[in-house]
Design a protein around this ligand. Structure first.
Ligand code: ZN
Length: 658
């Protein structure tokens, strides 16, 4: 366990709260300590209120903040005396607790304090740090975990049996602390949950956390349960998995009631885990720490039998729901982790970010399980305890409050020619509407066109069918399927009248503007058939289709043929629930194909100046890439749910086309 404290870095933070921010970020920087919003920290500060009176405040992590990126504004100041008084109540419901926390803050705009606020308040040390360290839960989640915890930490930590987070845990910790703590107590181990450290300074509390977790690592090392042997090289699954993956994603989305992304993790480590003969025994017990259930569900689906998973989930719900005080509303029963010997470790989520969080959490879960197995056997908490966290009032309330997800949440779009111009604008519009976007382009650097978890750029020559197929295969392994296809890539060759038009220039234009789209449509079709909400194709045509211009025969013919191809697809694929619509833009000058020379040449063809040429439409407006992109995105959305085979000009009005 590496201690990351650095005095020079720490000097940039001032005051008690500043140092609280610094050491919280140090904890957050190590994913083996806290993951994605897990863990919490606090500091007790005496300050003067507006009346000049001194009061003690607990600054505790607010909900919605991540330790890695927390700022002073992420800590909620709550009156300490009130929190300590609350801890003496015989009972307090979750909703009452949240009400007390919120009504005893001294900054109205602060986030809701962590549900562990009362626990932090009852610990009589200035700084309190709490993590869900992998090493600690690897030890406590075993047969005999409690004895091991006592052996390792008993001398200077209070040991707390598992109890659900919230008020009851705070009370129990306060009682045990009062009974068991002594001058040398530096921490508290919560079995099957995590660990607390505390101290008089940010440095002391942090150092103790690192030392305590280091002790757990040393214990694992001594028992040959720390260094996991590298996974043996695994034979890759079938070379073509896209239909299988998309089918699985469709099934999961159907039972969820909304589209989900599915990201297949297939390195040696993932495949080796998913192929273990004892997988059922070790992976079907429960999460490493209860709060993971919100992301991963209690257990992964092993294999591909969704119906069985759903019926097991319903059984788990029906068995545990009656114990709850309030009636519970069943969450969607779709798995969030799928373990399959051919497909590896698949993470599902409603956005690329959610799926990546699931994948991260499960990666750590694999480590925890394997280390606990090496120590004598992984033992997760009983299902009932996990249910209580999954269906916690506070989590249910969050769900009710959560607004509508973006229109394309959980869906995947593929855009060709996505590095610049209209294609790039389409990708941006689709990302903004919640889709994961696969961008194909021949341009270098396409993988970095957007810095967004939902972006997957693949460099690809669209005229090479094998490259297109490989790109689609990798896209499906990345996101699980294909819902929308935007055929945008195109070239606009230098103007040549037919009398001068050579065959090579004609064929090259057709190879990109037409032939590549045939291959894309053909390869995409089986995937679009498996789109949870039905597949959609948007084709970027051209004003030249209804109103061709002289000197652009190759371009106009290729776009007209593409339009005809799309119309036939609309006829052939309507029965598969796939909609295909076309846009015909004109005079979109912020694109790669409009070099100043081409612009000049086209203007000359019409006997216009470049300025006149730019706004030569009825409305006298300039049409930009993002205008076309917005229309493309809407064509894929609910507004056009009942439209297929349509051709929509987006050109400011053209007197030859209206
Ligand atoms: Zn915790």
């Amino acid at each position: 366990m590496k201690n990351l404290w650095n005095d020079a870095e720490a000097a940039a933070y001032s005051g008690d709260l500043g140092l609280r921010v610094y050491s919280s970020r140090l904890l957050g920087r190590d994913p083996s300590l806290v993951l994605h919003g897990g863990g919490n920290t606090s500091v007790k500060v005496r300050s003067r209120n507006i009346l000049g009176e001194e009061e003690d405040l607990l600054y505790v992590k607010g909900s919605g903040w991540d330790l890695e990126t927390i700022e002073e504004a992420g800590f909620s100041p709550v009156r300490l005396d009130h929190l300590i008084a609350l801890a003496r109540l015989p009972a307090l419901s979750d909703m009452e607790m949240v009400n007390e926390l919120r009504t005893h803050m001294t900054r109205a705009s602060a986030p809701t304090p962590s549900v562990e606020a009362i626990l932090h308040a009852t610990i009589p040390h200035k700084y309190v740090d709490h993590t869900h360290a992998d090493a600690v839960i690897s030890i406590t989640n075993t047969d005999g975990g409690e004895e091991r915890a006592r052996e390792i930490f008993g001398a200077d930590c209070v040991i707390i049996p598992y109890i659900m987070p919230g008020f009851d845990l705070a009370r129990l910790c306060a009682e045990r602390f009062a009974a068991d703590a002594h001058d040398g107590t530096i921490g508290m181990v919560l079995l099957n949950h995590g660990i607390f450290s505390f101290g008089a300074s940010a440095r002391e509390s942090y150092d103790r956390m690192i030392a305590l977790v280091g002790r757990a690592e040393d214990y694992l090392r001594r028992h040959a349960a720390w260094e996991l042997p590298p996974a043996a090289p695994q034979a890759a699954g079938p070379g073509t998995q896209r239909i299988t993956l998309a089918g699985l994603r469709q099934a999961a989305s159907r039972v969820a009631g909304f589209p989900l992304l599915l990201c297949a993790g297939q390195d040696d480590r993932h495949l080796a885990f998913a192929r273990r003969p004892d997988l059922e025994q070790i992976a079907a017990q429960g999460p490493a720490t209860p709060d993971h259930v919100i992301r991963t569900k209690r257990i992964p689906m092993i294999g591909r039998n969704i119906e069985q998973y759903v019926s097991d989930y319903k059984e788990y719900f029906e068995k545990n729901a009656p114990r709850a005080r309030d009636p519970k509303q069943m969450l969607d029963p779709a798995p969030r982790v799928i373990l399959d010997p051919e497909l590896g470790v698949c993470a599902l989520g409603r956005s690329a970010r959610d799926a990546a969080i699931v994948a991260d959490i499960y990666d750590h879960t694999i480590d925890v399980i394997l280390r606990a197995e090496a120590l004598g056997g992984y033992r997760a908490l009983p299902a009932g305890d996990i249910f209580d966290v999954e269906y916690w009032d506070l989590e249910q309330a969050k769900l009710k409050k959560a607004g509508n997800p973006p229109v394309f949440a959980g869906e995947i779009a593929l855009v060709t020619g996505a590095a610049s111009g209209i294609g790039r604008a389409c990708a941006e519009a689709l990302l903004a509407r919640g889709a994961a976007v696969v961008g194909l382009d021949i341009a270098e650097g396409i993988d970095g066109t957007f810095d967004h978890p939902g972006w997957f750029g693949v460099r690809c020559d669209l005229t090479q069918e094998a490259a297109v197929t490989a790109a689609i295969e990798s896209a499906v392994r990345r996101f699980g399927g294909l819902d929308m296809l935007v055929l945008n890539a195109g070239v606009f060759p230098p103007g040549l009248r037919i009398a001068q038009l050579d065959g090579e220039s004609w064929r090259r234009t057709h190879a990109i503007n037409l032939d590549a789209n045939l291959a894309l449509l053909r390869e995409a079709h089986p995937l679009l058939c498996l789109a949870p909400r039905g597949g959609r194709v948007a084709v970027v045509g051209s004003r030249n289709v209804p109103a061709p211009g002289p000197g652009a025969a190759a371009y106009s013919v290729s776009k007209a043929a593409l339009t005809q191809l799309a119309r036939v697809a609309a006829l052939e694929w309507a029965g598969d629930g796939i909609r295909i619509n076309m846009v015909h833009p004109d005079a979109v000058f912020d694109t790669g194909i409009w070099s100043p020379e081409i612009l000049e040449a086209r203007a000359r063809h019409y006997g216009l100046t470049v300025e006149q040429y730019r706004s030569r439409n009825l409305l006298k407006v300039e049409v930009e890439s993002r205008d076309v992109a917005a229309l493309v995105a809407e064509l894929c959305g609910p507004l056009f749910a009942k439209v297929t085979g349509a051709q929509i000009p987006i050109d400011g009005g053209n007197e030859r086309a209206v």
